[in-house]
Ligand binder design. Structure first.
Ligand SMILES: [Zn+2]
Length: 197
């Protein structure tokens, strides 16, 4: 879901004009960023289902803290509180929402490997709708997110006031170029993901 999380962040720029794009992107990936830290520390891990054919969505992810429902909610709340110091209450809520949206998107694609409580306490059922098992369908969902995200990003950038010394036509071209660049980058991420690069 590499491209999908990114697309969501870019698309949300429209509703959060004060939040820098990097904050939205970091928020969309925060669970995975913390996962990488815990992975390095040996607390969370990743296993290929078929080590001979590592492919798109072909991993079982043992992220029992960052990707547990309660863990993700706690991380989202902490990130939202932190963000509200700089970008106000509204900014804090958006950051918290974007952080948690990662868990919701992962819920759709992951195989059942996401616990409810941190550390899979109580051995409750693991969650995950497993769309990755149908690579074509999950790639289609990501593609829709990429196109939708790039379009919303374009809309939000096009609303910004024209900078001094720039004609509206030149601004439009700039915005168009930036949006197409974002879309192409996301498509490349998606393609490399699908091909298991
Ligand atoms: Zn994730």
């Amino acid at each position: 879901m590499g491209a999908g999380h990114f697309a969501l962040a870019a698309g949300l720029k429209r509703w959060a004009p004060r939040l820098p794009l990097w904050v939205l992107i970091l928020s969309a990936y925060l669970l995975d960023v913390i996962f990488i830290v815990l992975f390095a520390a040996g607390i969370e891990s990743l296993a290929q289902i078929d080590p001979a054919n590592p492919g798109y969505g072909g991993a079982i992810i043992h992220a029992y803290y960052t990707h547990s429902l309660v863990g993700a909610l706690l991380i989202a709340a902490a990130a939202g509180l932190l963000a509200s110091r700089w970008w106000g209450r509204g900014g804090g809520w958006i950051v918290a929402g974007v952080v948690f949206s990662h868990w919701l998107l992962d819920l759709v694609v992951h195989r059942p490997d996401m616990p409810i409580l941190p550390g899979n306490a109580g051995n409750l059922p693991l969650l995950g709708l497993g769309l990755w098992q149908i690579p074509l369908a999950s790639a289609a969902v990501e593609l829709a997110l990429v196109l939708g995200g790039a379009y919303l990003y374009y809309r939000s950038a096009a609303r910004l006031p024209t900078p001094a010394g720039m004609t509206p036509v030149a601004q439009r071209q700039c915005v168009m170029t930036a949006s197409v660049t974002v879309a192409v980058l996301l498509l490349l991420i998606l393609i490399s993901d699908v091909m298991g690069l």
